[in-house]
Design a protein around this ligand. Structure first.
Ligand SMILES: *Cc1c(COP(=O)(O)O)cnc(C)c1O
Ligand SMILES: [Zn+2]
Length: 567
């Protein structure tokens, strides 16, 4: 990977988070000599960097090291890069249409070398370790940090000891082992696993990563903020004249230790200080109902987190019961800047995993999908407005979750013997296989979609297609639709109200006037707020009214299936 040399001499000062005392940077950083606190912030020469950046950035590749001047590494020869960062900011068109959120973006952190944003941490921390001449390192993890640190340690020739709670899925343990790391499986919660790792590191005199207390982890995560601000400006334009980059209204992330949001916020603070953005986004931090120490503590307005001692969630990656210093930090930010904490049940997280895969083509682990489940909930509550600029962090491996998402029949099997059956002289196998394949596509019910907006029609079709057993015909205006209805005699009609020339009301009138079509069930899907009068006109004429942007695919499918069963 291409090394990105610093254009300015790196100058870093460590500032005590508690008392503000400043000292020169050192690794490992000692506690504050004035107050003893061990949480430090890195400070740089922002004015010098601000004046040089516009010109420097033009020539740089889009990796995390693009922002090299704001990373605490002194000598570029220790820089380790496997292409981390520079991940795309994807506009979520389908989901945005379903939710009625036109400015919804997904920061696709899956596209890092080991598929999670932990690669940003690993790249910087392992580079810093190399610079400090460290040859062995201890890390505790719920899976993804261990995978990522293993890859980068292997690249750097550092020996890594990983401590994992036994609930970490075997697929992840296996990957860690393959990189050549030591895997220590601890039959306990993650919080106890962390203690075991710390004891081991002390006992053996091996350096501990120290998670969020290591400034490298937070400094690395802030590069996500820099990228989002640069990328949003590309899509939506600069914030205003003289302020070249752009902040979203909301950043949403599933959290455990809180490294991501602490880093993200620091990044925006630096951008704001340098005049590259005009404000700092609010953050919505999501946890699982069964392990939500930050959410519970925030609801009680506690400045320090109350631990959850026995986490009860299947979303292992974020099952951290003792959040550490991040909570207090994030609590203050949320109080000051208006962010929020929210929790979601595992069932909603699994549903979101499935929705994102089916509707956006993004397969992710449940820990990443929890952020989307949180988004759905916060939109429902009105905490996040649908017209706001929203960035959801999608970090996380694709992962064997089908047992949670799909029924037992999720794979369609075709074998030769299926069709050969009892026939005395079996047909040639190719023909049998074709016969069996035909049966895969057995479509029982016919649905006509009448919708003038082709994007909305495509979305409805997509939702129906994910169940595979509907025959779908699509019309883009009322007249075309009536012709389709006469031809297909569908089992159901999905009708938009606002269409050119023959609108939804006219279609309903035409159906009513025809003896043969009068009883066809109709679901109205509309973007329009209907008036009292219009609602009255629809009474008795339709089975159901769905407001666009307020239904999720599963709701629609459940409603349709329920309706078709009755017909
Ligand atoms: C690590 C991780 C998180 C939580 O990250 P923090 O910001 O440290 O709380 C969420 N999702 C995935 C997929 C992760 O790997
Ligand atoms: Zn101090």
């Amino acid at each position: 990977m291409r090394i990105v040399p610093a254009a300015l001499k790196t100058e870093v000062t460590l500032e005590c988070y508690a008392c503000g005392y400043q000292q020169p940077y050192k690794l490992p950083h000692p506690p504050c000599p004035r107050c003893g606190h061990d949480f430090m912030e890195a400070r740089y020469n922002y004015a010098a960097i601000r004046s040089r950046w516009p010109q420097i950035l033009e020539t740089r590749p889009s990796t995390m090291w693009r922002y090299r001047e704001l990373l605490p590494l002194f000598d570029d020869q220790y820089q380790i890069s496997m292409g981390e960062g520079g991940t795309p900011l994807l506009p979520a068109h389908n989901l945005g249409m379903m939710l009625g959120t036109p400015n919804l973006f997904i920061k696709d952190e899956r596209q890092n070398p080991t598929n999670s944003f932990k690669d940003r941490q690993a790249a910087l921390v392992i580079s810093m370790m190399k610079e400090a001449n460290v040859s062995e390192l201890v890390v505790a993890s719920t899976g993804n940090v261990a995978i990522s640190y293993s890859a980068y340690s292997s690249h750097a020739g550092i020996k890594l000891w990983t401590f994992l709670p036994s609930l970490v899925p075997p697929e992840k343990m296996r990957e860690i082992a393959i990189y050549g790391s030591e895997v220590v499986k601890v039959t306990a919660t993650y919080d106890i696993t962390k203690k075991v790792a710390a004891q081991f590191s002390q006992h053996k005199g091996i350096m501990d990563d120290r998670g969020i207390r290591n400034i490298g982890t937070r400094e690395a995560m802030k590069t996500m903020a820099f990228e989002v601000a640069e990328q949003l400006a590309e899509v939506l334009g600069p914030a205003k004249p003289g302020v070249p980059w752009r902040a979203p209204d909301w950043y949403i992330q599933a959290v455990s230790g809180g490294m991501g949001p602490v880093g993200f916020w620091k990044g925006f603070q630096e951008l704001y200080q340098m005049g590259l953005v005009d404000r700092i986004p609010k953050m919505a931090l999501i946890q699982a109902d069964g392990c939500a120490p930050m959410v519970n503590s925030f609801r009680k307005d506690l400045p320090e987190a109350e631990p959850v001692t026995s986490p009860d969630t299947q979303v292992i990656t974020i099952a951290t019961g003792v959040p550490g210093p991040a909570y207090g930090y994030l609590y203050k930010i949320a109080k000051r800047e208006g962010g929020t904490f929210e929790s979601v049940p595992d069932s909603e997280t699994f549903r979101a995993t499935h929705v994102l895969a089916k509707m956006e083509g993004l397969s992710m682990e449940p820990a990443a999908a929890a952020a989307f489940a949180g988004l759905f909930k916060l939109l429902g509550k009105g905490v996040i407005r649908r017209d706001e600029i929203i960035v959801v962090c999608c970090s996380g491996h694709t992962f064997p979750v089908e047992k949670f998402l799909l029924g037992p029949d999720w794979v369609k099997e075709v074998t030769e013997s299926d069709v050969a059956g009892e026939a005395p002289t079996p047909k040639p196998p190719t023909e049998d296989l074709l016969g069996a394949l035909d049966q895969l596509d057995e479509r029982v019910k016919t649905i006509v979609i009448m919708e003038d907006n082709p994007e909305a029609a495509r979305l409805l079709r997509r939702i129906l297609q994910t169940r595979g057993d509907f025959q779908i015909a699509e019309a883009h205006n009322g007249r075309e639709g009536m012709a389709l209805i006469r031809r297909h005699r569908p089992d159901l009609i999905l009708l938009d109200m606002m269409m050119p020339d023959m609108d939804g009301f006219a279609v309903l009138d035409a159906l009513k006037a025809d003896e043969a079509l009068r009883d066809l069930p109709v679901i109205v899907v509309t973007a329009k707020e209907l008036t009292q009068q219009e609602r009255q006109r629809l009474q008795g004429q339709i089975k159901m009214l769905l407001q666009k942007g307020s239904f999720m695919d599963d709701d629609l499918l459940d409603d349709i299936n329920a309706l078709l069963d009755k017909v």
